[in-house]
Design a protein around this ligand. Sequence first.
Ligand code: ADP
Ligand code: MG
Length: 445
Amino acid sequence: MANPDLEIWAGMRAHLRGEHPSICRQWFDEIEPLGINAGVLHLRTATDVQRNYLMRQGQEAFDDAARAVSKYFLSVRFLGPHDEPEPIRGSVVPAARRAVGLDLHPDNGFENFVSGPGNRLAHAASVAVAGNPGKAYNPLFIHGGVGLGKTHLLQAICLQIAAERPDAVVYYTSCDDFLNQFMEAVQRGQMADFRHRFRDVDVLVIDDIHFLASRERSQEEFFHTFNALYQADKQLVLSSDERPEEIPQLEQRLVSRCQWGLVAEVEPPCFETRVAILKKKAKLRGLELPDDVAAHIAALIDTNIRELEGAITKVQVVAMIEGVPIDLALARKALGERVEVRVASGPSIPQIIEAVTDYYQVKTTDLQGRRRHRSVALPRQVCMYLAREQTLYSLEEIGGFFGGRDHTTVMHAIKTVKSKRLLDPELDALLRSLEQQLRTAPKPA
Ligand code: ADP
Ligand code: MG
């Protein structure tokens, strides 16, 4: 194998893994070096989306790697599967793309999405829509908190449709971008163009639609866009941080349209799902994450998935700096044990248990036991609720204090108390007084 381009490319991959690990992806192995021409190394990706990712995030790192490995002033040009290598000097004009709007991220395919109890419906509905745009659920409306996978699902739908139906026009954008384009079109008197852009598509996907709130004219325009697409059996996919009826100042007629199809929620992932997501994310970067390390990270971070990814990066960087493989000791060192910090910032769980058992006149051992009788079930749920509210322990950790109950039990307890509290003034008063008492409790040493 004396092909110098192949050797340079192999050296570059090693260089990238060492110097620019955060942009490295497993599919780099499938990139094909086409050769060097006039000081430019041409690299061909398997998809346009991968090429766009590299053009956005990889240019500097790849140029750096090319120079470091070849020792020449070499630069890199990325080509998609259909781009012609450019023999003449000048910049590569990517082939016309059918998918317009904002760029999609190649990591956001269905193959990299972990489905679990918190997102099962949203995931299944997205798969159905991607397989049968305009026919399965229309519109598909996905809502939920920050970092729980809404954008990922929306982009997965776009990626799959673009891959399977090259003739379909898929428009993916954010609500922000929709609003900006609308304002620009109004100012420039180019509404016809604007309407053509958003209405002559097969699939319109708009992320974070809650930003439409309180924008009257934009809502009006979106309403007509919606109607035009819906009547033509074109697929609409929307995401938001709240369910349609809870988006403040969203006109009623839009609320009801958003509810015509399927409204699916994404909820925080459970422990097992978090472990699976960590493994997926690590694999994408070509990293080996031992089971106990994944479990450690998943137990430390139980809300936002973006933070899980941040934790992998931290561990990865420390491992690289120290030149050692990733193991539990290293992960602890990189991420710390947040448990101590948590305890110091509020009442301890034993203090919560003491306050609650005092009031209900039950024994601590009853709370930790298996009995489900009402006389202990409610106090136990109240404890879990207060622990979640007043400490930074994760759901798993709280479950651990109550006889090793799992996080779904804890989650259920919290939900139950939350809704009972709204309906039952007596319980609400009790909780208020416990909250007050715990706030002023002496801090544990
Ligand atoms: P949102 O749009 O809901 O704020 P994102 O879709 O941007 O959240 O997700 C944040 C990060 O978490 C992304 O990197 C995404 O790939 C990842 N993520 C979220 N949910 C999952 C999942 N179920 N499986 C794999 N990755 C996920
Ligand atoms: Mg998002």
